[in-house]
Ligand binder design. Sequence first.
Ligand code: AP5
Length: 211
Amino acid sequence: MKIIMLGPPGAGKGTQAKKISKKYDIPLISTGDILRKEIRERTKIGEKVKEYINDGKLAPDDIVIAIIKELLEKSDYKNGYVFDGFPRTLIQAFELDKLDVINIVLYINVPFKELVNRLSSRRNCPKCGKLYNLVFVPPKKKGICDICGTSLIHREDDKEEIVIKRINTYHEQTEPLINYYKKKKLLEEINGIGKIEEIFNNIENVLENLK
Ligand code: AP5
């Protein structure tokens, strides 16, 4: 299965993509994680994209497309994968069409007010990648990852004013993908409000019907 997770920042794409990857044993490809790693390692790409990400804008298409092209050419993804955060513009979607055939696009729909609440209380483990939320999914011990004991971080771009910019960027550049994939009959809308497990059950039903 080749799956795209679509939805605004904070919709729960990463949370659900990790569960899909585990249950169906397919790799997770998160462009956000890839770009943040480049920034942490201070690579040329990291230096180029840093300002965009920290300012709530998208990284340039040519950089992101080159990363995905290289990844799909190098590794064996014939059994499937789940994209979290790619494609994010029509240009990226056109390029992906040239590279591979996608089976389904899961569009997680969450009202905008909820997004700001979720992201301002999100915490991440920089080591194992586990996601927390101070309100909805708190760690057992304050500020510490349950899995690996590392101190949790608050992403630079999860500050409220940047979250609002990211949501605007989503409206302008990513939302057109909803219609693009609807026309291709690949879009499946998932209600993103509710318990994480309930949302995942709905996703499972959709994916089981696809087999
Ligand atoms: P990226 O890392 O992809 O960020 P995003 O799309 O803005 O998505 P988020 O990770 O913020 O949210 P999510 O939907 O994954 O929600 P999550 O599961 O974490 O990208 C970051 C930046 O990189 C972009 O702004 C851009 O600059 C750049 N970039 C990345 N890809 C790019 C591309 N293709 N092209 C150009 N630039 C690119 O959940 C959020 C919070 O809510 C968590 O705390 C979670 O615990 C909680 N939560 C989840 N589900 C629920 C629920 N059901 N109820 C209550 N809380 C919940």
